[in-house]
Write a protein that binds this ligand. Structure first.
Ligand SMILES: NC(=O)c1ccc[n+]([C@@H]2O[C@H](COP(=O)([O-])OP(=O)(O)OC[C@H]3O[C@@H](n4cnc5c(N)ncnc54)[C@H](O)[C@@H]3O)[C@@H](O)[C@H]2O)c1
Length: 381
């Protein structure tokens, strides 16, 4: 397959070498609106073919595009690319409104194209471990799950938003934390195979002197830097999500899950599995390091014992990885989905189930925590 990387900013650097190395990819081309960045990336990655806009690359012979553009652009760009006959890999979030997400789902359904959301939490070791435990019935009936993404502004967010949005960094940076819930929800929903039906959410009104959440400062009229939502799930369980951007924490991206027979707990103190009588520490199997198998010369970077590295192309050994081992699996999933014309695990329907609950949670927070129904666009099967 031939693929275009659209947006060659900071995050794309993690993915260009992997798409280039995948043995089922015959050509990688690059696209960006910024000619200087495009030239820099052309030289850095040794790629000859470049395009100055999404429109131009959609008119080319590529089979697929990887949208690694700014987060508020993904929805309309995905629909445009799908309608142009291209498979789409999109960095999170899929969109910024429920309507944008529904448009992507309906376009996939109408065109039969492949869409995949690049949700990293699907391949975090804890999520992989819990999918196995869940399939074996180890949790009994799941009662409650919690996901949290703590990313304080002081931990690089000012720089990221200034690079992404320039003078408009406050307008975009003040987006509701619940508009970016997928690192919290993705793992949980991938394990349970269910979806949220209702939410009640509260927000912390931010008065920091940086003024990001002051009245009129951001494009979303959002006063909250931290939000906590409690969701009712279709399987009868509860899910709590914390999205915090002003928080005295070194940062966290994790989930825990509690069932009638067994529980998985992930905290700063470590990861454990408990049943009614025992506590089992999981660091040995869930911590990430360089790992090898067979007679490979180079190890796979950033992998835990529960990552199935044997299923990856050997060409990925020795290449960069990231976000707890997930990048290499996401690239491999997308390439195989396009080649085999089969929807990937992080399909368009899952993308909607990861994101829409957060978009509605923010609406609830703006209404003082009113319980709101969460629309579901199905599972695609
Ligand atoms: N864990 C994760 O899943 C994770 C981590 C980091 C970033 N991200 C996501 O990755 C995305 C990119 O982040 P970034 O920090 O690399 O942003 P960035 O601003 O560094 O790069 C975006 C690039 O897209 C280009 N672009 C915008 N519109 C375009 C168009 N129409 N045609 C061609 N190019 C276009 C811009 O010129 C820019 O170079 C964001 O959406 C972010 O949410 C996800």
């Amino acid at each position: 397959m031939k693929i275009a990387i659209v947006g060659v900013g900071s995050f794309a650097q993690c993915f260009i070498p992997l798409y280039k190395a995948h043995p089922l990819v015959s050509k990688v081309v690059l696209a960006d609106l910024d000619p200087e960045k495009l030239e820099e990336n052309r030289q850095k990655h040794g790629i000859q073919e470049t395009y100055g806009s999404l429109e131009d690359v959609l008119a080319s012979d590529v089979d697929a595009v990887a949208l690694i553009t700014q987060n508020w652009m993904h929805g309309p760009q995905a629909v445009q690319a799908l309608k142009a006959g291209k498979a789409v890999y999109s960095a999170v979030p899929a969109g910024i409104t429920v309507q944008e997400v529904e448009d992507i789902v309906r376009t996939v359904e109408a065109t039969g194209q492949i869409y995949m959301i690049g949700e990293t939490s699907y391949y975090y070791p804890g999520a992989i471990y819990c999918r196995r435990r869940f399939a074996e019935g180890g949790f009994g009936q799941v009662v409650y799950s919690e996901g949290e993404y703590y990313h304080d502004w002081d931990h690089g967010l000012y720089e990221v938003m200034k690079a992404r949005a320039g003078d408009r960094w406050r307008e975009e940076g003040g987006m509701p934390p619940m508009h970016y819930p997928t690192h919290s929800t993705g793992g949980i929903l991938s394990i349970l195979g269910t979806y949220a039906t209702h939410v009640s959410c509260q927000g912390f009104v931010d008065h920091d002197e940086d003024g990001i959440y002051a009245p009129g400062a951001n494009a979303y009229d959002n006063p909250f830097s931290n939000q906590s939502g409690l969701f009712k799930m279709a399987d009868g369980s509860m899910m709590r999500v914390n999205e915090f951007r002003r928080i005295g924490s070194p940062g966290a991206e994790r989930m825990s899950m509690f069932g009638t027979e067994g529980c998985y707990h992930n905290t700063h103190a470590g990861q454990v599995w408990t049943d009614k009588n025992t506590v089992t520490r999981l660091e040995d199997i869930l911590s990430c390091a360089d790992r090898s198998f067979g007679d490979l010369e180079n190890p796979f970077a950033d992998m835990s014992q529960v990552h199935e590295i044997e299923r990856l192309p050997k060409e990925f050994a020795g290449l960069p990885n990231g976000h707890q081992g997930s990048h290499q699996f996401l690239v491999d999933d997308f390439v195989k989905a396009v080649i085999e014309k089969k929807h990937p695990p992080n399909s368009v329907w899952q993308a909607a189930r990861y994101l829409v609950p957060g978009l509605v949670a923010h609406q609830s927070a703006m209404r003082g925590g009113e319980l709101l129904p969460v629309p579901d666009f199905g599972s695609g099967s």
